[in-house]
Design a protein around this ligand. Structure first.
Ligand code: F6R
Length: 608
């Protein structure tokens, strides 16, 4: 959802800005642009459409210089167009600016500026910030910026190039991520880590209303009043290659194929070689775990689905009640949560606006907050009292795959740790389970090695109009994620249903040619799921069953059977998600969809 990159240093900034914008393209955008200091003035190049369009424009009318800012815009105020694309300038062209986020009081500021003679060219809230800064500027960029920031409401990450101080990039933000880093004779800013990885892995996250001033020699930081402050750097251990597509056609396939590895990395962080839990890695001791009466989990989208599965794990294994809510509902809803209760948010990016708001609300209510997060230094990881990291590495495809897997792994381990500390499971039982869990990546690898079976199925089924994922218990939670994955990247209508609930209404939608994917990995519930499969089969559905090891019973009630290697039923969802992600992937590819950047979607939803 919009991307910012800025560079100042010894090199020509244009290829660096374009490279940075390309690495941020996964966030979703509909226009792109750059502003470069060419030695005598700020030169802008902007184009509606993909980065290729901007590249073509730069080839027709080249620009070059040692400092510049770039942007990929996802339209919020005003249609996608060359004029509305960023960067924007003030009327006198004293500065150029790029912006992520939404300025909520822009109309108010705009009317004040119009009364003072400003003429606006675009429909964007960003141009209002450009004109405001130009209006306030009296030769001191830092002073103009602190005054402007005090007036802005809403969310913003801003990178600004002033014509009077062209080798410097000024940056600030509020409720929108911004990360800066200093390399060898160069400084760089971006809205997301992948754009920085080629230059440095020691980065600094700019916090609300702080200002970062980037020069080739280094970076200075100021608070909202313009007083210089010190900031610590965070080391990012993702490597450059992990944020690149390599030989894969799509990031999504690469990221699915990385799942066995992400599994092992996450598992090893929380589990010792002798298959005991590193119990001090969990934010509760025995006394606390015993005192808990419930845990609340709040998140969005795929991370919400991880929470739903986490609820099943924790309730089943640790005998502890879990309430799961969607962050956008929780933040404005009535809440019965009490002070001192454990409250967990789950977020891959750590920057989802609704999840951040939910976390802040829980803090106000006095809850003990914890976060499951994939990005070190992100807002959520900074603001939660305790952080349980997932070790998925950078996830570039919009559709979450390996991040979901690592979230459910950590939730599974939380369930085991709570079970042991609450005395529901013995250490021996936990160790046995962990030993079995350590074999799951090998089972996943077998699915990946035979993925052509799924590709073949997709090549026969891509014309399907409706897909229903059904399951009971843990399989139902898994079905929710399987259905989301399919709909978001293939645009095929899909629903997840608790198998026993179908006949209370939804079964009316089943017709000849509907595809029903029955998740049946839980042996105790298989007989029940078999009846549900039969109900839809006799009404014309094509039934695909996914089973935990061989299950003869599936044959009579389904047209196709896929199986994962037999494993403990609580572990099965950790493996069964892989064929579901592959199914979504191949159906989307068959339909010719833009797999890594589905329409209307952005990787990180940093606005409400
Ligand atoms: C779907 C997907 C989204 C995210 C959601 C929350 O594939 O990726 O549903 O899960 O936007 O994002 P994070 O986890 O970054 O808070």
């Amino acid at each position: 959802m919009c991307g910012i990159v800025g560079y100042t240093g010894d090199k020509n900034c244009v290829p660096i800005l374009m490279n940075g914008l390309t690495s941020l393209a996964y966030r979703g955008y509909d226009s792109a642009g750059v502003a470069v200091w060419e030695g005598s003035e700020l030169t802008l190049r902007k184009a509606k459409g993909k980065i290729d369009q901007l590249q073509e424009l730069l080839e027709e009318s080249p620009v070059g210089g040692k400092s510049g800012i770039g942007h990929t815009r996802w339209a919020t105020h005003g249609e996608p167009s060359d004029i509305n694309a960023h960067p924007h300038t003030d009327t006198r062209k004293t500065l150029a600016i790029v912006h992520n986020g939404i300025i909520e009081n822009y109309l108010h500021i705009k009317s004040m500026l119009e009364k003072n003679g400003c003429v606006f060219l675009s429909q964007t809230d960003t141009e209002v910030v450009a004109q405001l800064l130009g209006y306030l500027y009296r030769g001191n960029p830092l002073s103009a910026l602190t005054q402007a920031v005090a007036m802005l409401e809403g969310s913003f990450a801003l990178a600004i190039l002033f014509a009077d101080d062209p080798a410097t990039i000024y940056c600030t933000c509020k409720d929108s991520p911004m990360v800066v880093g200093h390399g060898d004779g160069e400084s760089i800013v971006a809205s997301d880590i992948p754009a920085l990885l080629e230059y440095t892995r020691d980065v600094c996250f700019v916090q609300d209303r702080q200002i970062a001033v980037l020069r080739r020699e280094g970076i200075q930081y100021y608070d909202e009043f313009g007083v210089e402050i010190e900031k610590k750097t965070t080391h990012i251990d993702w490597d450059v290659e992990s944020a690149k597509k390599g030989n894969y056609e799509h990031f999504m396939m690469k990221e699915i194929c990385e799942e066995p590895d992400a599994f092992k990395k996450t598992f090893d962080q929380y589990v010792s070689k002798d298959f005991t839990l590193k119990s001090d890695h969990f934010p509760w001791d025995e006394a606390k775990a015993k005192r808990f009466e419930r845990i609340s989990i709040v998140s969005c989208g795929t991370a919400y689905h991880a929470g739903m599965l986490g609820k099943k794990f924790i309730e089943h294994m640790a005998n502890l009640r879990v309430d799961v809510d969607i962050a956008s509902e929780f933040r404005y809803g009535d809440t019965l949560i009490k002070s001192g209760e454990p409250f967990m948010v789950i977020s891959q990016s750590g920057e989802t606006a609704d999840t951040i708001a939910a976390l802040r609300r829980a803090k106000e209510l006095g809850c003990e907050t914890m976060a499951l997060c994939n990005v070190t230094g992100s807002t959520i990881s900074r603001e939660a009292e305790h952080v349980l990291y997932t070790y998925a590495g950078p996830e570039i495809a919009v559709a979450a795959t390996k991040s979901y897997l690592t979230q459910i792994i950590v939730l599974y381990l939380c369930a085991l740790d709570l079970a042991q500390k609450r005395g529901v499971m013995t250490q021996r039982q936990v160790s046995d389970r962990l030993e079995e869990m350590s074999r799951v990546p090998a089972s996943m690898q077998k699915i990946l090695d035979n993925k052509e079976q799924i590709q073949f199925f997709a090549s026969r089924s891509f014309a399907v109009k409706h897909v229903f994922f059904i399951g009971r218990g843990m399989d139902y939670a898994l079905a929710m994620e399987a259905a989301l994955k399919l709909k978001e990247i293939s645009y095929i209508h899909s629903e997840a249903y608790a198998a026993g609930e179908l006949k209370h209404g939804t079964i009316a939608l089943i017709e000849d040619g509907s595809l029903v994917v029955a998740l049946a990995t839980q042996p105790e519930l298989q007989a029940k799921v078999a009846s549900n499969m039969e109900e839809v089969r006799v009404r014309g559905a094509h039934v695909l069953a996914l089973t935990n090891g061989p299950w003869e019973g599936a044959k009579g009630h389904s047209h196709e059977q896929w199986e994962i290697e037999k494993m403990d039923e609580t572990l099965a969802p950790l493996c069964a998600i892989v064929p579901m992600q592959l199914l979504a992937y191949y159906l989307a590819v068959q339909k010719g969809c833009s797999v890594d950047q589905p329409r209307n979607l952005a990787k990180s939803v940093t606005v409400e």
